[in-house]
Write a protein that binds this ligand. Structure first.
Ligand SMILES: [Zn+2]
Length: 126
């Protein structure tokens, strides 16, 4: 199952990127799933909790934005989102374009964390 291994890889790279931040919990995780990335958002949502279990990502809110495919058109000198991934044509002038500029990747957009200090503060105030 592709999405499960992707979930494990995502958890790993999140942990790596916040390794120096003294995080005690990941509050939310925002991902961008390109329409051409081949990732099923539904399947990812299902497998992510399995990969996140026992880590500080366990209770993280998972936000997945579907990123449309956009192509660059030389004629219009502009990058525009495709009307349909069935047709690789510039939506402005209709010329075919295979110059894909977005929508191919599965990326981590942002990570919201809670640090140990914040928790201590909350504890003091309550
Ligand atoms: Zn064009």
């Amino acid at each position: 199952m592709h999405e499960l291994s992707l979930s494990y890889a995502t958890v790993e790279s999140v942990l790596e990127s916040i390794a120096n931040l003294d995080a005690c919990r990941v509050v939310s995780l925002t991902l961008s799933a390109g329409e051409l990335s081949g990732v099923s958002i539904e399947a990812f949502r299902f497998s992510f909790p399995i990969a996140a279990a026992g880590t500080i990502l366990e209770d993280a809110e998972l936000i997945i934005n579907s990123e449309p495919v956009s192509v660059f058109c030389r004629e219009c000198n502009q990058t525009s989102p495709l009307v349909s991934i069935q047709s690789f044509r510039c939506p402005l002038c209709g010329l075919p374009s295979g110059d894909i500029r977005s929508g191919e990747d599965f990326l981590i957009q942002s990570i919201e964390i809670e640090t140990a200090e914040v928790t201590q503060d909350e504890h003091t105030h309550s």
